[in-house]
Each structure stands twice: as structure tokens, then as C-alpha cells.
Design a protein around this ligand. Structure first.
Ligand code: 4UV
Length: 580
């Protein structure tokens, strides 16, 4: 049977065959940078109010590219690892590295040395950009990788979280620690010529390597190409509201190391001329204070931010009347919470103007956005993840693992498959995983179960893959399981996610089998052991992977005849327990 292929309601947009750098900065006229006035503000450091104009971003990026080429002798295709919380340095580092032909791998700024070391080694990184806060972890990681003191220093560039513009140079507010090379040390020594041949040649080369566990196993490097990024930026535009008066101001709280923040905050607003007010991380009070202070019109968020907006009493103390749109993504968002926050914000601002809370959906592997709710449907389609973006095709497949690939009937759930120019090239150095996730016809299997309504709006109703999402962050169960198996008293383990309606997120939970079951017979012994394991894990992994959903001691992990963990059984068990 012919596959049932759904197309976007939008006409296709042309996909430019050029590099990300050219796509963002190219301009026919000297006083424009990427189609907007060179002097207009591109990014603002929200804590200090320091700004970077479009011209400065371009100039600093080309200066950094020059130093990377000359002082670090990087070659096209070399990998730079970025390990830092959000800051004004990010756009300069990303675009400077990209201009020099580097690939950037973006790491969670909460990673410990083991987690960072895995990504460093797997990506083959040559250079590490880190904030001052990250230096101790990077040092530990590089030393564990066998580098000596002087080699270590040659590999690190320190970013400062806050910078200010002084005359012709860019000065860190906090001087970098312990004599490391800083980003500002690499500026002011000349600039890479803009004429560098970017067009055409680079478009199918990898530009970013973010890590995702995909449908199964441990994190894998996702090869996102220049073409993927150029495509997604133009695909998002038709569905993404930008005000006509050019007065949009976006608040950037999502981490830039996640593809959602990297693309939708560092890249996309630059292509619409929208300044981004950068916060180092999400902080509820600062979030509200910055909306008031900078008259913010939009922000990209994850569902737990809406919980804060629904519950926090001080929300009413701030003037949030400038806020027009909140975009939520990266995890399921219920209609009830959306309506609650919408009503509260509209009541609080007293202007009678509507606040839109719109959802988007995407994956690291799709660069990331594939679906968005267009603004006019903000109320009628509350709770859905929106329509397919231009150039993309979708299928809802019922037997994704089988050969037949039967598509779901209209209105019925199926695994969402996506095809189009923003689908990744593949997983880094992992042909097996690539082949398992992208069919020979170019269909990428998302591992999510979706329903499409008769208007073409999709809702994500379940997940076929193992992945757990804690507040939008990926928590691969396989990774936690392998950490837990190093615990001397754990014989076997299975990790799943359990829903927390209170926090609008899943929480990682471990079911563990004790190596000496007779020692944990009583409920009290089980509870004490579980508590110990929960605490032990906090010393081994980044915060978002903590076992907040609890540790449960069981006799045996349910497994299939082939030895595969039957996560569904455990999930059903947890659901019943939560319902009871
Ligand atoms: O790979 P990843 O960590 O990627 C992301 C990307 C999210 C978004 C969301 C909206 C955008 O507009 C955008 O540009 C990027 O999270 O995780 C991918 C998995 O996260 C779940 C789903 O299981 C994906 O396979 N997920 C992402 N968005 C949603 C979601 C959503 N709106 N509703 C339910 N699950």
C-alpha cells in the first residue's frame, strides 16, 4: 500500500545552498547586516544591559575566526566544544567558530567531568570554550583524558559571563581566572576576510553536534549540517509571529547548549531582526523582572515555566503588559495549564489584550522545529503542537519496526516520521543508529506517537522511545542504568520516567534489584537502601538526571525473552500507583 504522506499547509520555501554564516550575515548593502541595520541591537546581556549590535556580532565573529585560524591553527571540520551557561559570548563563539569552518559541539553546562569527557572524546573536540565556572570541570576532564598541564592550557578559551564594550575592545567584567586565554584575548588581532568562500561548499557539512539519545541507548552526536540550519530558519518564519512594527524583544532563558535554544534564540531572532535579552539561566523572579524592565514581547519556554507563572504569588506584582507570546516546547504541555496561565496573565495586565501561549515541537535530529501553532490558532488549538512547517512531510506509522510500515487511519495515532531538508545527516560515527532511525527513503523516525486532526494539527500523545524528559532536558535511561550498575549493591536496574502533574514534567525513577536480596527484606531496609541510592546518584550525574521520581526496590526487572527491559510494564505500574 502507498504510504499516507501528509504535507505542510505552507508552500515550500527555497533552501539556500550556503553556510550558516553567510545565511545570517550576508547583505547586499554596506549598512545592513543580514538585512537589518548594522547598528541595531542583536543581543543584550539582561543582568547588565550590555548590548551587542549586529555589526559587532559580525565583526567579533570574524576577529575570533581569524585568531582561531592563526593562533590555534584550526582546520575546517575541527570540533570545538562549548561548555557554558548562556552569555553574550555565545553568538560570538558560535558564529566565529562557524566562520572559521569549525563544527561546534554544545554540552550541558551542568555536566560533570565524566559526562563532559564522554562528549569531548566522542566528538573528537580539539578546543574547549568554557565559562569561568566551568574551568574546574574542564581541567578535571582534560586531565582524565591524559593531557598534561601545558596541553590543557592550549585547549581552553575562557568565556566571561558578562562583558562590556570599552572603546575598541571587548572587556570582561570579571577578569578571567588563572591566566587562561580568554575570548577577549582572541579579539582585535585582525579579522577573517568576509570573502572567504562560504557559499556552496559547506552546505552539507556538519556545523553543530548536539547530543541526543534518539530512540534508544546513550547520547549520540547529531550531525546537523549548514543546510539543515539554513532550511529550518526559513521554514520556521511563515508560522512564527513577528510584529510588523519591529518592536519585538525576546527574553532568552532556554539554555543555548540545547538545540532548541541554540536555533530559536541564538540564530532565528537574528534572521528576523529581533533583539534577544539573554539570561544566564532561568530564574523565576529575574524572568518576571526582566519582562517588566525591558518591555519583553515574547519568550521561549518549557512547560515547568508555566507552572511557575500559574502558582507564584509575586507574578501579580510585575507589569507584564508588554508580553504578547510565550512559546512552549521540548515536553508535553496540557491545555488546562495553558488556559490557567493565559487567564492569569490577561487578568493581571488589565489591558484586555490577549496573551498567546503557543506550542512548538521538534527534536535535536530535526534541527529542531518541525511543528508550530500559528498565532491565529492560539485559542482554538490549545494543547496541540501545531502544523507541519514548510518543506516537511510527515507520516504516522503503525508498525515502525516492521517492514510493511502500515500508516495509521485518519485521526488515529501512529509513530511520527518526518522527511525534509532539516532532518540531520545522521549520528556521528554511528552508522547502525543512523540506519535504525532514518529509512533508505529519508524518513526520520521520531519515536513519538502523534495524532493529526482534520485541520492538520498534531498532538503528541505518547512516546515509543525510551527517552525521559526532565523539564525539557533529555535523560537517557540507558545512561542512568549504566551508572547505577556500577553501584556495588545493585544487581540489575531499569529506569523510566514518571509523570509529575505538579511540576509539569517527567521525573526519572529507578527500579533496582539488590545484589543480596535477603538484606533488604523489610520495608524499612528497602526504604533505607533506596534513599542511599538516590543520594549516591547525585554524586555521579548532572542535576537533571537525579532520581527525583524515586528508587523502588524490586525482585526482578521485567524483561522480554530477548532480554530487553519491558519499560511499558513498569510505566503502567507507576501510572496505576500514581492514580491510586
Ligand atoms: O531532542 P530533544 O531534546 O529536542 C527538543 C526540541 C524541542 C523544540 C520544541 C519546540 C520548538 O519550537 C523547537 O524549536 C524545539 O526537545 O527532544 C525531543 C523530544 O522531546 C519531546 C519529544 O518526545 C521529542 O522526541 N518533545 C519536544 N517537544 C514536545 C515534545 C512537545 N511540544 N510536546 C511533547 N513532547
Amino acid at each position: 500500500m502507498a504510504p499516507k504522506i501528509y504535507r505542510s499547509p505552507y508552500p515550500n520555501v527555497p533552501v539556500p545552498d550556503r553556510s550558516v554564516f553567510t545565511h545570517l550575515f550576508h547583505s547586499g548593502e554596506p549598512n545592513l547586516v543580514g538585512g537589518f541595520p548594522a547598528s541595531s541591537t542583536a543581543y543584550v546581556d539582561a543582568p547588565t544591559g550590555t548590548t551587542l549590535s549586529r555589526a559587532q556580532v559580525k565583526s567579533f565573529a570574524l576577529q575570533l575566526a581569524h585568531s582561531l585560524r592563526s593562533a590555534y591553527q584550526v582546520r575546517r571540520g575541527d570540533v570545538a566544544l562549548v561548555y557554558s551557561q548562556n552569555s553574550l559570548s555565545w553568538p560570538v563563539v558560535l558564529f566565529g567558530s562557524v566562520a572559521a569552518g569549525l563544527r561546534c559541539t554544545l554540552a550541558n553546562s551542568a555536566y560533570n567531568a565524566r559526562e563532559l569527557g564522554f562528549q569531548y572524546a566522542d566528538s573528537g573536540a580539539k578546543l574547549v570554550f568554557t565559562s569561568e565556572e566551568g574551568i574546574p570541570v574542564v581541567l578535571e576532564m582534560l586531565k582524565a583524558a591524559g593531557l598534561n598541564e601545558s596541553e590543557v592550557r592550549k585547549r581552553i578559551v575562557v568565556l566571561t559571563t558578562s562583558l562590556h564594550w570599552a572603546g575598541d575592545s571587548y572587556v570582561p567584567v570579571v577578569p578571567a581566572a588563572r591566566g587562561f586565554t580568554t575570548l577577549s584575548d582572541l579579539l582585535g588581532h585582525g579579522a577573517l576576510a568576509e570573502e572567504e568562500k562560504f557559499d556552496g561548499q559547506l552546505s552539507n557539512e556538519t556545523v553543530y553536534l548536539c547530543y541526543s539519545s534518539g530512540t534508544t541507548g546513550k547520547p549520540k552526536g547529531v550531525e546537523t549540517t549548514h543546510r539543515n540550519i539554513c532550511a529550518v530558519l526559513d521554514q520556521v518564519k511563515p508560522a512564527f509571529p513577528v510584529s510588523e512594527d519591529g518592536k519585538d524583544r525576546m527574553l532568552g532563558i532556554l539554555p543555548f547548549y540545547h538545540i532548541y535554544g541554540a536555533v530559536k534564540l541564538v540564530h532565528f531572532p537574528f534572521t528576523t531582526g529581533t533583539p534577544v535579552y539573554i539570561m544566564p539561566r532561568f530564574d523565576p523572579v529575574q524572568f518576571l523582572a526582566n519582562i517588566q524592565k525591558y518591555r519583553i514581547t515574547s519568550s521561549l519556554i518549557v512547560p515547568p515555566v508555566l507552572v511557575v507563572l500559574a502558582r507564584l504569588p509575586i507574578v501579580d506584582q510585575y507589569d507584564l503588559s508588554s508580553l504578547d507570546v510565550l512559546f512552549s516546547g521540548a515536553a508535553p504541555l496540557g491545555a488546562a495549564l495553558t488556559k490557567q496561565v493565559k487567564a492569569r496573565l490577561e487578568k493581571q495586565r488589565k489591558t484586555g489584550k490577549e496573551v498567546y501561549i503557543l506550542q512548538g515541537y521538534g527534536l535535536t535530529e530535526t534541527s529542531p522545529t518541525t511543528h508550530l501553532v500559528p498565532k491565529p490558532y492560539g485559542i482554538t488549538k490549545i494543547g496541540t503542537t501545531g502544523v507541519l512547517l514548510p518543506n516537511l512531510e510527515a507520516r504516522l506509522v503503525v508498525d515502525g519496526d516492521g517492514e510493511g510500515n502500515i500508516d495509521a487511519e485518519e485521526g488515529q495515532p501512529g509513530e511520527l516520521w518526518i522527511r525534509g531538508p532539516s532532518v540531520m545527516k545522521g549520528y556521528h560515527n554511528n552508522l547502525t543508529a543512523t540506519k535504525d532511525s532514518i529509512t533508505s527513503n529519508g524518513w526520520f523516525k521520531t519515536g513519538d506517537i502523534a495524532i493529526r486532526d482534520s485541520d492538520g494539527f498534531y498532538s503528541i500523545v505518547d512516546r515509543r522511545k525510551e527517552l525521559i524528559k526532565y523539564k525539557g532536558f533529555q535523560v537517557p535511561p540507558a545512561e542512568l542504568e549504566s551508572v547505577l550498575l556500577t553501584h556495588p549493591e545493585i544487581a540489575d536496574v531499569a529506569v523510566i520516567g514518571v509523570d509529575s502533574a505538579k511540576e509539569a514534567t517527567e521525573l526519572p525513577r529507578a527500579y533496582v534489584v539488590h545484589a543480596r536480596p535477603d538484606t533488604v527484606k523489610s520495608d524499612a531496609a528497602k526504604a533505607a537502601f533506596a534513599q542511599g541510592v538516590q543520594k549516591w546518584v547525585t554524586t555521579k550525574v548532572a542535576r537533571h538526571k537525579f532520581l527525583r521520581g524515586g528508587v523502588i526496590v524490586i525482585d526482578a526487572v521485567p524483561k522480554s525473552a530477548a532480554g530487553k527491559i519491558l519499560r511499558r510494564e513498569l510505566r503502567d505500574l507507576a501510572k496505576k500507583e500514581l492514580a491510586g
